[in-house]
Design a protein. Structure first.
Length: 214
């Protein structure tokens, strides 16, 4: 779902930069709602078969998971029966994620081409700065995912701690970092945070001065 949201956001940036005059007519509220519902339905239909296909497998006495949550690859490896269908379907779901990141890359390639067509260098930097938060969010999400997939596919003899650490990073880092990324970039949110911090600091200074007077 997060991958789909990042893809929708990249399309939003593409329309805003490459076709700004028609932005409001292309991305109407109704159309955005339709896109969101379509992607949500797609993701539910993709994930729904996982518990069904895992339930039909026969498991051995070993029932200890390697991670702090149910990762499909991890549960699948505990099965004693044939799990070829799970492997093929897992690969199909992974390819859908690759399609998302490919579309994101394509949208930014088109954005870069449009930006390079702008004569003023100052305007180029101004336009590209609007994409910084989204690019950071994409990297925060996809780097742990790709790293975890590479470890599972190619580093079979790697330390279990490495796999657990990467899986936990994939689980916790994106939702923790996303608010920070957008807060730092958004001037309005940044001003509110600085104002709150200044108020808190002023209050601490007042309390310290009162204690010293006492």
């Amino acid at each position: 779902m997060e991958s789909s949201v990042l893809l929708i956001m990249s399309f939003d940036r593409f329309v805003a930069i490459c076709n700004p005059l028609r932005y409001t007519s292309i991305l109407t509220s109704a159309r955005v709602l339709q896109i969101g519902l379509a992607f949500a339905l797609k993701n539910v239909l993709l994930i729904l078969p996982f518990p069904v296909t895992l339930k039909r497998l026969r498991y051995c006495k070993k029932n200890l998971l390697s991670h702090s949550y149910c990762l499909h690859q991890d549960v699948m490896k505990l099965a004693c029966s044939d799990n070829k269908f799970n492997i093929i379907y897992g690969l199909f779901v992974a390819l859908s994620g690759i399609l998302d990141i490919t579309c994101i890359f394509l949208s930014y390639a088109l954005i870069l081409r449009a930006v390079l067509g702008i004569a003023s260098q100052r305007e180029r930097l101004k336009v590209l700065s609007t994409c910084v938060s989204h690019i950071c969010a994409v990297l925060t999400f996809y780097v742990p995912v790709i790293s975890l997939a590479v470890i599972y596919r190619f580093s079979k003899h790697s330390s279990p701690i490495t796999k657990i650490l990467m899986a936990d990073i994939f689980l916790f880092v994106p939702p923790v970092m996303n608010p920070i990324i957008y807060c730092v970039k958004s001037q309005q949110i940044r001003n509110v945070i600085l104002e709150k911090l200044c108020q808190k600091q002023s209050l601490q200074i007042c309390l310290i001065s009162r204690k010293s007077n006492l």
